[in-house]
Design a protein around this ligand. Structure first.
Ligand code: MSP
Length: 662
């Protein structure tokens, strides 16, 4: 009987459905997938959960804006999130939606347990309320205006159920002490400890002012507060009240962004302690990916989407960059420049080049079969030692979630192999017996090193590592390979190389960035004539309104057209942008102000020829950055011929600058 594998249950946050995924969300899900693959290779039985957080005022509003019922709205959004994770090859083992019946039951059950154990009481909550948006603004003071609509807030008192969070100050502090690894990294742990030491106030966990939520049984119109609802999803995904049968709970790891650490390390364990349920083993808070030093948001126009990057460079390139460029736990700036630079240097010139070079040499000199090494020289032994040492180091760093360090170690070994080949020059050796033996030893050594780095990089580069693995003639599925058994010297001579496949074709940086940005612009602001983005349903247009937009072929009402504000603008200045062949930076007078707008017309219009020209401008587009330059609006042009040559619109009669196009 095979021994039963140890379980490992990990989760990502469940994502809000009033928007669609950007690179920040993708980051957490990618990290979870890397850990899942890594733990499987260490012999664990892993379950990973992600899902969608579908209740609350924001969803109510977004559904209203889209003109459809909430249930229909969230179903579409959940499909879009799930489809994107599938498309990116990072699907969850359990995808939980907070509108799933099994989740609703679990939340109601958890509340019942907390109440039966004496940790729930009825009280009154007084706060600042926006009567137009029907929502409390938690951080507001009396006299403030609503941050959303700008109208004055009112002080409102409502009846709520409260959770006795104050009773958990000591139990939580004791728990943190006994489980020093519960909150990671340590800086976050210290922050949380001082927060809890500062005292905990009871928490209102139901609302009567929200309609779209899970009802508190027998207490309508009370619905659960979104965080009591959302956190419980981790448990409802793996059995809810019957969690013991499934055997996953408690979670081994909750991966979260630093923005939501308090909910996970204070509220969540307190709810579970109150219900006398097991508490998760660890919460790991990572930092944010920033764009231009700010957290990404659609309204700031600085979101980075995963799909265009994957279309241009492949998913492995995105995974590698996310994990290699930023120390896990810290914030990092996202830049396309850094992404493409890493791609070319580490993947195309690094791993890709080593694999194709090694395979080509074996093909040419040993009829495509792994050669049998002869006597090893000290430089061969040194390389073997370095690779063997790397195994331990990499596993240790993966265990600590120090992904950047793990990858750095792997790539140091790749660089050493490159150097080894360059200095040993197997291609310069002749056909004498001694030369043949030396060639065989050098190429076996390089191939063995390649086998080791390939196995170690699989959790991060699953597609490409599997290709190299096949290339090395390894028949076992790499995802099932047990890393604990990985040692230098296991590569069997005589096995034929497998099919050689393109791994990471080198790209021209400028061109690659332009293509990624143009795909991203298309996804964020689809032109009616353009085909829908690669994936499914309400696809990643980035806004809830767009998510519910009609299909391209449908007719739109005049009210939809009226949303686009187009005006006559006059170009005041025009210049090229260094490093962006296709873009011009323009300043355009739109009547009320002078705007800076980037236009992809540089290959067809000389900047000087544009000065003074009147054009149609979409003036109410969210601002966005193109090659680091802010663009605030869009110049309308016809797209002509198969290559889409832009032809600017014009007017045959005198028109006033700022006149609206209707
Ligand atoms: N629905 C809540 C979580 C409930 S969990 C019980 C929520 N959702 S969210 O859609 O806002 O997603 C939050 C998570 O997305 C963050 O915790 C983080 O993991 C990830 N990120 C969102 N933006 C991010 C960056 N810019 N950078 C890195 N991760 C970020 O909060």
């Amino acid at each position: 009987m095979p021994e039963k594998k140890e379980k490992f249950y990990l989760t990502t946050p469940i994502y809000y459905t009033n928007g669609l995924p950007h690179i920040g969300h993708t980051y957490t899900t990618v990290v979870a997938d890397v850990i899942r693959r890594y733990k499987r290779m260490r012999g664990y039985d892993v379950v990973m959960t992600t899902g969608t957080d579908e209740h609350g005022v924001n969803v109510e509003r977004a559904a209203k804006k889209a003109g459809i019922p909430e249930s229909e709205f969230v179903a579409k959004m959940a499909d879009a999130w799930r489809a994107l994770w599938d498309e990116l090859g990072i699907p969850a083992d359990e995808f939980i939606r907070t509108t799933d019946l099994k989740h609703v039951r679990t939340v109601q059950w958890l509340f019942k347990l907390c109440r039966e154990n004496g940790y729930v009481y009825k009280g009154h909550y007084t706060g600042q309320y926006c009567i137009y948006d029907n929502a409390f603004v938690t951080e507001a003071k009396p006299g403030d205006n609503c941050p959303d609509c700008g109208r004055p807030l009112e002080t409102v008192t409502e009846e709520n159920y409260f959770f006795k969070l104050s009773a958990f100050q000591k139990p939580l502090l004791d728990f943190y002490k006994k489980n020093p690894d519960f909150i990671q990294p340590d800086t976050r742990r210290n922050e949380i400890i001082s927060f809890v030491e500062g005292g905990l106030k009871d928490l209102s966990i139901t609302r009567t002012t929200i309609r779209w939520g899970i009802p508190v049984p027998g207490e309508e119109p009370h619905v659960f507060y979104v965080w009591f609802d959302a956190l419980t999803a981790y448990l409802s995904a793996v059995g809810g009240p019957e969690y013991e049968k499934r055997g996953c709970w408690p979670a081994d790891l909750h991966l979260v962004g630093k923005d939501i650490i308090r909910f996970h390390t204070v509220y969540w364990p307190a709810f579970l302690m109150a219900a006398m349920l097991p508490v998760p083993k660890q919460v790991w808070a990572h930092g944010w990916f920033l764009m231009d030093a700010a957290k990404m948001s659609k309204s700031k126009g600085n979101v980075v989407l995963p799909r265009p990057i994957v279309n241009m460079l492949g998913m492995d390139a995105l995974r590698y960059f996310l994990l290699r460029d930023v120390v896990f736990g810290q914030d990092g700036n996202f830049s396309y420049d850094a992404l493409v630079t890493r791609y070319n240097s580490d993947l195309a010139n690094g791993l890709g080049n080593l694999a194709s070079r090694t395979a080509a040499l074996i093909e040419k000199n040993f009829a495509g079969k792994i050669p049998k090494p002869a006597a090893f020289k000290p430089q061969d032994d040194a390389l073997a030692k370095e690779a063997q040492a790397a195994i331990g180091e990499v596993l240790e760093n993966f265990d600590k979630l120090s992904f950047a360090r793990a990858l750095e170690t792997i790539w140091t070994v790749i660089a050493a192999a490159d150097k080894f080949l360059t200095s040993e020059q197997p291609w310069a050796l002749g056909n004498s017996e001694a030369d043949q033996a030396r060639k065989a030893t050098v190429l076996w050594t390089t191939a063995e090193l390649l086998r080791i780095v390939t196995a170690l990089s699989f959790p991060v580069l699953p597609d490409s590592a599997a290709k190299v693995w096949t290339l090395l003639g390894q028949s076992e599925a790499l995802g099932k390979f047990e890393l604990d058994g990985l040692r230098w010297g296991q590569l069997a001579p005589g096995i034929p190389l497998g099919k050689s496949q393109t791994l990471f074709p080198r790209v021209d940086k400028t061109e690659a960035i332009e293509r990624i940005e143009s795909m991203a612009n298309e996804e964020l602001n689809p032109t009616p004539a353009a085909p829908a983005p690669a994936a499914s349903a309400p696809a990643a247009t980035g806004t809830s309104a767009a998510a519910a937009a009609p299909a391209v072929s449908d007719k739109i009402g005049i009210e939809d057209f009226a949303k686009v504000e187009m005006r006559v603008g006059q170009i005041k200045t025009a210049e090229r942008i260094v490093g962006a062949d296709k873009l011009l930076k323009l300043t355009v007078d739109i009547g009320t102000e002078i705007r800076q707008i980037c236009a992809g017309i540089a290959q067809y219009y000389e900047p000087e020829s544009l000065i003074g020209r009147k054009v149609a401008v979409v003036v109410n587009l969210a601002p966005r950055k193109l090659r680091g330059v802010e663009s605030n609006g869009m110049i309308v042009a016809a797209s002509v011929g198969p290559e889409g040559r832009p032809v600017l619109t014009g007017f045959h009669e005198e028109v006033e600058v700022g006149a609206r196009l209707k």
